[in-house]
Design a protein around this ligand. Structure first.
Ligand code: SF4
Ligand code: SF4
Length: 131
């Protein structure tokens, strides 16, 4: 993991309010290690989703804060695999179109490789927003 002064995802949150967040139902459970069942719904026999994301204007119920300013996931240690696996653009050296698309919905410019450079004083609200 690249060390930076501030992870850009903490001043974004757009992907948590852009996609339907669905996952294998057994990732939710009441033992304190999985996604809290109370925050999920069922899509089908085998698929569950985060409440708030199966909507035309999705926003996960676990997303706290203001998108594009300061956000956090209220269940971060227990989030589903789909959340763990979603990569921010250039975080691992790869462009991620889904990250760009989600950010664009909220008027946020795409991340660029230099945003992940060590000691980059990244502070998203100071970046210009897309027109
Ligand atoms: S569970 Fe957390 S990481 Fe996953 S969509 Fe919701 S707020 Fe985002
Ligand atoms: S849209 Fe991209 S930058 Fe924003 S929180 Fe999701 S992964 Fe991070």
């Amino acid at each position: 993991m690249i060390s930076i002064s501030k992870n850009p995802c903490l001043t974004c949150g757009a992907c948590c309010a852009f996609f339907r967040v669905s996952f294998y139902w057994a990732e939710a459970g009441e033992d304190g290690t999985g996604v809290p069942v109370a925050l999920t719904g069922r899509l089908s026999t085998h698929r569950a989703f985060m409440l708030g994301t199966n909507a035309s204007n999705p926003r996960c119920v676990a997303l706290k804060g203001e998108i594009g300013q300061e956000v956090h996931c209220a269940i971060h240690p227990q989030r589903a695999s789909v959340c763990r696996d979603f990569a921010a653009s250039w975080q691992d050296g790869q462009h991620q179109a889904g990250c760009d698309q989600a950010r664009a919905k909220y008027g946020l410019l795409p991340l660029e490789p230099h945003h992940w450079q060590p000691n980059n004083p990244f502070n998203l609200p100071t970046l210009p927003k897309a027109a």
